[in-house]
Design a binder for this molecule. Structure first.
Ligand SMILES: Cc1cc2nc3c(=O)[nH]c(=O)nc-3n(C[C@H](O)[C@H](O)[C@H](O)COP(=O)(O)O)c2cc1C
Length: 384
């Protein structure tokens, strides 16, 4: 299998499965507990159908949108995800460059393997920094100030990860960060010599944004789950979130909002956006899917705050359905990480091209000239 066999996101997933050692692939691919929510996130898009209009002169269409104050060429951007150097030795460099080339926004995790400063120098494209609140409160101020200096455009605070989800695949595969050659993982690394060589003979694994602040941050050496449970602050509350919103003072989203009640509170503390998300099914298994919650939340707060749909997106039509319900844009994680693992920057560029082409073609087939024309009249839910 190679890149020319990758026609859609699922093909990239299969390719990544071949290219990556099993602990790494399964860390991207897996969810929590029984992975019910993980599956549901995508399946829920199938409960409704799009209703096209014909003869609408779609010779010129515009699929761009503006989200968190940034214009993006198409209404899908890269959710912040941790540790890109695990999936490809070029790490966040590859992802940032691909996003820049394709004209969309790149989300950078607190737990990135490239520093805020490096990313700032690398790309002028729209950059969203994702904040986790650690027990060490000084870290929050430090990260926000560094993002300001590095000219990041917007920030989000992830609020669904006060403890780590129960990711049983990681226990089974022996996933650690940085990866360790253990008896259980040895065979898998040996069967993927190219990944193994590139990983161990390139820049040392580190959580670059945390390295100066916490020894634990630079080298976890157990599991990411242990890191979250030891370092993240479970006492995080609305006051802390409000502090971050005010401290940043620019476009700010809460990531991981799932209820109308919390969406309203996000407005009260001054957020400009919410990302409806359950962390891609990696946290609370059995929670509803973002798409299933979207209409209710848009109806309650859609005129006061930007609503972003995060999770489960695998096709251009999924993006159209979310926009028809009132989302401003969608974001995705696993999709571009599979492409990163499969083929680095080239892979991420290609998946973004494919998703953009799907959105463009679907808009034409829907008879829509601009994303503003996607509304509730274009979508109908099935009665079981
Ligand atoms: C491997 C991996 C690492 C992730 N790391 C983070 C992270 O550091 N911070 C965060 O807020 N979300 C993180 N997420 C969640 C994504 O931002 C996003 O919410 C999720 O991937 C969306 O679902 P999707 O994968 O179905 O597109 C991660 C997801 C994956 C798959």
């Amino acid at each position: 299998m190679n890149l020319k066999d990758c026609h859609n996101l699922e093909d990239f997933r299969k390719f990544a499965k071949k290219k990556l050692p099993s602990p790494i692939f399964n860390y991207i691919d897996g969810g929590s507990d029984d992975e019910v929510t993980l599956k549901r996130n995508t399946h829920s898009f199938n409960n409704c159908d799009l209703i096209p209009n014909v003869l609408s002169d779609v010779s010129n269409i515009d699929i761009s949108t503006t989200v968190l104050g940034q214009k993006i060429n198409f209404p899908l951007f890269l959710s912040p995800t941790a540790m890109h150097r695990l999936y490809h030795h070029h790490g966040e460099h590859a992802t940032a460059k691909a996003a820049e080339k394709m004209g969309t926004m790149f989300g950078i995790s607190t737990m990135a393997t490239t520093s805020i400063e490096e990313i700032g120098k690398l790309t002028n494209a729209p950059k969203l920094f994702q904040l986790y609140i650690h027990k060490d409160k000084g870290l929050t101020d430090n990260l926000i100030e560094r993002c300001r200096k590095a000219k990041f455009n917007s920030m989000c605070l992830t609020v669904d990860t006060v403890v780590a989800g129960n990711r049983e695949r990681d226990y089974r595969t022996g996933f650690t960060t940085p990866p360790k050659l253990t008896l259980s993982s040895l065979l898998s690394f040996a069967l993927h010599p190219s990944w193994t060589f590139n990983h161990f003979f390139n820049k040392k694994f580190e959580l670059s944004n945390l390295i100066h602040m916490t020894q634990k941050g630079s080298s976890i050496e157990r599991s990411v789950i242990d890191y979250i449970n030891e370092q993240f602050d479970p006492s995080m509350n609305w006051k802390d979130a409000e502090y971050c919103v005010k401290k940043w003072g620019g476009p700010f989203a809460l990531k991981g909002i799932m209820s109308v009640e919390d969406a309203k509170k996000a407005i009260d503390i001054g957020c400009t956006a919410i990302m409806i998300s359950n962390h891609g099914g990696r946290q609370l298994d059995g929670s509803r899917s973002p798409f299933d919650q979207l209409a209710e939340i848009v109806d309650a707060v859609g005129d006061k705050i930007e609503v972003i749909l995060d999770g489960g997106v695998r096709r251009g039509t999924h993006v159209l359905k979310a926009l028809a319900l009132g989302a401003k844009a969608c974001s995705f994680g696993k999709g571009y990480l599979f492409a990163l693992g499969a083929a680095g920057q080239q892979g991420v560029e290609l998946i973004l091209q494919k998703m953009k082409a799907e959105i463009n073609r679907d808009m034409i087939l829907m008879g829509c000239k601009s994303v503003k024309e996607l509304n509730r009249s274009k979508i109908k839910f099935r009665k079981n």
